[in-house]
Write a protein that binds this ligand. Structure first.
Ligand code: KG4
Ligand code: ZN
Length: 338
């Protein structure tokens, strides 16, 4: 079975062709056109610019991905995301589904992130826990069995990736902030600044990052006023901020693993490309839950891609529905597990 995945929920125009034989995935092609360079000059993603670039890029991306091969099933991200960006992917997928008379499956973007590990051969046992940390999301999703999702924790304000991007902006480091802070932090002292760890001691599993971002803002303003913002200080701020985010993410994840007797930890989203987060999460899981199966997908499957969307479709109960193109919708606020 061959599944075509299409992803246009934010600033990546992506398509992938995934072949599944005897339950095993093999990626034939995985194309991602990132618009980061286009949005850099604005310091963040501009929704209408993103949509216009999806329109210009989607057909070349599909052509490169398919190379004249036809899929048996088409899967497309229908939400959550930027409405005008989502529409480009969904309308393109509808046209192909109608033309080729192939089933069309709407996939939740967060559900896609949960299947990144499967692409690299990782087996899932249940209950499983998904930690999805990106520019738009910070969520803990409980999967009691395949296809069952319950959101057990989420951010009450900024997403962790958004905090990385805003802190980089405060420090004039450019966009996107996560990868730059990741590199800067490697030279910094993570103990120099005692930034807050918001909600770390709250009994629930929710997150909040906006206060942490404000604490960094005040720290930078004070130093800028006194001309004390040396390169070393910037690196120390990056390392201290990053450690505060990691402490909260790891602590809440471990709390959820314990509470729900989790067997498999699945992670995804751009922030999970962070080197220090990957190391610390893995180390703590191995130490505190030696029987937990924890697999960190390669960074290219952590950030947005269409292979994960095709993977999620393989497990979808309606994957053989023929007239999906008639009924598909776009839901920019689609919450998984609500
Ligand atoms: O999943 P993703 O590619 O797109 C969204 O759905 O948002 O995540 C992008 C986010 C951005 O906020 C970016 O700054 C962050 O992931 N990010 C990182 C790293 N690489 C990307 N954050 C921390 N460390 C990184 N290495
Ligand atoms: Zn994402």
């Amino acid at each position: 079975m061959r599944i075509l995945g299409i992803e246009t929920s934010c600033d990546e125009t992506a398509a992938a062709l995934l072949e599944i034989q005897k339950g095993k995935p093999r990626l034939i092609k995985n194309t991602v056109f990132s618009q980061i360079e286009i949005h850099k000059e604005f310091g963040g993603v501009v929704p209408e610019v993103a949509a216009r670039n999806h329109i210009m890029t989607i057909l070349p991306v599909l052509k490169k991905t398919l190379e004249k091969k036809k899929p048996d099933i088409i899967a497309v991200t229908a939400g959550p995301g930027l409405i005008t960006s989502l529409l480009v992917g969904v309308q393109t997928a509808r046209a192909l589904s109608y033309l080729w008379k192939k089933p069309l499956i709407p996939i939740n973007h967060i559900e896609g992130h949960l299947y990144a590990a499967w692409l690299e051969g990782h087996a899932y046992s249940f209950p499983a826990l998904g930690l999805i940390v990106s520019g738009g999301h910070t969520e803990l999703i409980l999967m009691k069995k395949r296809g069952s999702y319950l959101c057990i924790g989420k951010t009450l304000d900024d997403a962790a990736g958004e905090a990385f991007d805003k802190v980089a902006k405060i420090l004039h480091l450019g966009y996107p902030g996560g990868p730059i802070i990741d590199i800067m932090a490697q030279q910094g002292d993570r103990e120099r600044f005692a930034f807050p760890r918001p909600m770390i001691d709250h009994p629930n599993l929710n997150f909040s990052f906006s206060g942490l971002k404000t604490a960094v803002l005040y720290c930078v303003r004070d130093r800028e006023k006194n001309h004390e913002l040396s390169k070393k200080t910037v690196a120390d701020i990056c390392a201290s901020f990053q450690q505060a985010v990691i402490d909260v993410l790891v602590s809440k994840t471990l709390k959820a693993i314990k509470k729900h007797t989790i067997q498999t930890l699945l992670v995804g989203g751009g922030v999970v490309a962070n080197q220090e987060l990957r190391q610390q999460l893995k180390k703590r899981c191995e130490k505190e839950f030696p029987n937990l199966s924890c697999f960190l997908p390669s960074p290219r499957y952590c950030t947005d891609n269409a292979a994960m969307i095709a993977a999620a479709a393989y497990f979808h109960p309606k994957k053989n529905t023929k007239d999906g193109w008639k009924t598909i919708w776009v839901d920019s606020g689609w919450e998984l597990g609500k």
